[in-house]
Design a protein around this ligand. Structure first.
Ligand SMILES: [Fe+2]
Length: 135
């Protein structure tokens, strides 16, 4: 397994959880599980993956991904303040999941191949080890 496999594995898990949260149509345990995994994943991703990608000269590219995380956090904060019975609960949750889907697709189709070509294999191993330590 390399760092990209580890990140992709997290992404699949996140997709499963937000699909469940959407299917539940109210604020349920699935939303909480999703929120916690998303927070842990983006924290580890930013600390161990984005930082190294920035250091490799790709800061301009990473800024957009960080902003997408920030926007998702804002929507999550709003959802946290809701009780799930509001008529816009599903609308807001759908917007959040659309954003995360788009973000994940961009990471996997554009960012990962670029980073794969840019970083040395030692660096990729180091990132994977650090990333797995906090999982
Ligand atoms: Fe991300």
């Amino acid at each position: 397994m390399d760092i990209f496999d580890a990140l992709r594995q997290d992404h699949r898990q996140l997709e499963k959880l937000f699909q469940q949260a959407l299917a539940d149509k109210q604020k349920a345990e699935s939303f909480d599980l999703f929120r916690r995994l998303f927070a842990a994943h983006t924290d580890a991703e930013q600390r161990f993956f984005y930082l190294e990608v920035e250091a490799a000269g790709l800061k301009k590219i990473i800024l957009v991904y960080v902003e997408e995380h920030n926007l998702a956090d804002l929507l999550l904060d709003e959802l946290m303040d809701m009780n799930g019975q509001e008529e816009n609960w599903i609308a807001k949750l759908t917007l959040l999941t659309d954003l995360i889907r788009m973000h994940i697709t961009k990471e996997e189709k554009e960012l990962f191949p670029l980073v794969e070509r840019t970083l040395s294999s030692d660096k990729k191993k180091e990132i994977l080890n650090n990333y797995l330590m906090v999982q």
